[in-house]
Design a protein around this ligand. Structure first.
Ligand code: ASP
Ligand code: MG
Length: 429
């Protein structure tokens, strides 16, 4: 008998009908001889609705109370799901994050898991029950308060439960058939990926792929949890996200040894902006001064480009990208330090988009950048910034060219499918 953890997102639990459909899936998994632990998100868009309400009553809602409020969303779906299963004649028990032993630090709104002690979950399983755990929430031992793991945190709950209970697999149910070579909403001919390494998935998530929450992928990678991303609307096997070391160890003969594709997927990110520091004195210590000021804001910046020094002026320009939401914070910090650092002015541009191609096969294949750049050139798209890692190449383009860009690159790397991808609904989460 194996233990399977399943996670259902808000779009799979949007009304009574879909809760019944999900309950049936869970019962089927239980009936085929598995122990089942389910992590749930709040129904539909209810987390956003609760957030809107909070902001209507308070301009800056108190973080502790906001977590109290938002965790109610998951509590509603867990109770409804458990009572649905019980009315079908099977034993089911729901637990809040704290009852399930999800221990976190005290950072409201973005708490980190520090320990998972699923004692009551284990007991309930031993008694033959199906266990439903509220996703996205935990409990701080220090403050004795309820916390949340950050938006999209139910994926992390599922992975953490899978790791703590030594599950065979953690299935993440969503509204598409798996992980695609690009977002099927942007590239209708995106192909479903059969299997992808957790390292590649991490790069794709970091580059903006919304299908899996990055912290969940990190957690899975660190704890050797194998994931399967699949649709709650179909019986498609979905996409396996695996660590070649772990999977080889558990399933022996040759699995995970397939040749790696050069590019496994393409991600885009429209939530980035670009700040350019113009006419910075070209002397040692100036770049450090700029990024010191930026670092003090705690904002994560991504790509950095410095142009060649203008020999006449003795100055350089430096551009970097950052999340659009953080743009104002960083502009304010740099403006405050302008006199001390000595640059002439700042330029802010939020009409950019980032596109990244990812694949472990890049390690052993030359010419990936050439192919990427000529695909973009062929589509008449200008590249504004470039950055690379071992298994990723990212470029910045104009935001209004991103759809053309991703389709051209998708075709160039031979990723187009013969059929159009099916999107069952929802928003991609
Ligand atoms: N309900 C939470 C959110 O919308 C957590 C989740 O869906 O994973 O962010
Ligand atoms: Mg949600």
């Amino acid at each position: 008998m194996g233990l399977i953890v399943q996670k259902y997102g808000g779009s799979s639990l949007s009304d009574a009908e879909s809760i019944k459909r999900v309950a049936k899936r869970i019962v089927d998994t239980h009936r085929s001889g598995n122990e089942v632990v389910v992590a749930v998100s709040a129904m539909g868009d209810s987390t956003d609705e609760l957030l809107d309400l909070a902001h209507e009553v308070a301009p800056i809602p108190a973080p502790r109370e906001l977590d109290m409020l938002l965790t109610a969303g998951e509590r509603i779906s867990m109770a409804l799901l458990a009572m649905t299963i019980k009315s079908m004649g099977y034993d089911a028990r729901s637990f809040t994050g704290s009852q399930a032993g999800m221990i976190t630090d005290a950072r409201h709104g973005s708490a980190r898991i520090v320990d998972v002690t699923p004692v009551r979950v284990r007991e309930a399983l031993d008694e033959g029950a199906i266990v439903i755990v509220a996703g996205f929430q935990g409990f701080s031992r220090d403050t004795k308060d309820i916390t949340t793991l950050g938006r999209g945190g139910s994926d992390t709950t599922a992975v953490a439960m899978a790791a703590a209970l030594n599950a065979e697999i953690c299935e993440i149910y969503t509204d598409v058939d798996g992980i695609f070579t690009a977002d099927p909403r942007m590239v209708p001919r995106a192909s479903k990926i059969e299997r992808i390494t957790s390292e590649e998935m991490l790069e794709l998530a970091a580059a903006g792929a919304k299908i899996l929450y990055i912290r969940a992928v990190e957690y899975a990678r660190r704890h050797g949890v194998t994931l399967r991303v699949r649709s709650s609307y179909s019986n498609d096997e979905g996409t396996l996200v695996y660590d070649p070391d772990v999977l080889q160890a558990t399933s022996g003969s040759g699995e995970g040894q397939m040749e790696e594709p050069i590019v496994v997927g393409i991600a885009t990110d429209l939530n980035e902006a670009k700040i350019t520091v113009l006419e910075l004195p070209d002397i040692p210590g100036k770049a450090a001064a700029v990024f010191d000021a930026v670092a003090r804001t705690n904002v994560n910046i991504d790509m950095i480009v410095q142009n060649v020094s203008g020999s006449k002026t003795g100055t350089v320009d430096i551009s970097f990208t950052l999340p659009t939401d953080d743009g104002q914070t960083v502009l304010t910090a740099l403006t405050a330090a302008q006199e001390e650092i000595g640059f002439r002015r700042l330029q802010y541009d939020d009409q950019i988009a980032k596109l990244a191609v990812v694949g472990a096969g890049m390690r052993v294949n030359a010419g990936v950048s050439a192919k990427l750049f000529s695909a973009l050139a062929g589509a008449g798209i200008n590249i504004e910034m470039i950055s690379t890692s071992e298994i990723r190449i990212s470029v910045v383009t104009r935001a209004d060219m991103i759809n053309e860009a991703i389709r051209a690159v998708h075709t160039a790397f031979g990723l187009d499918s013969d059929v159009e991808a099916i999107v069952h609904g929802g928003t991609g989460r």
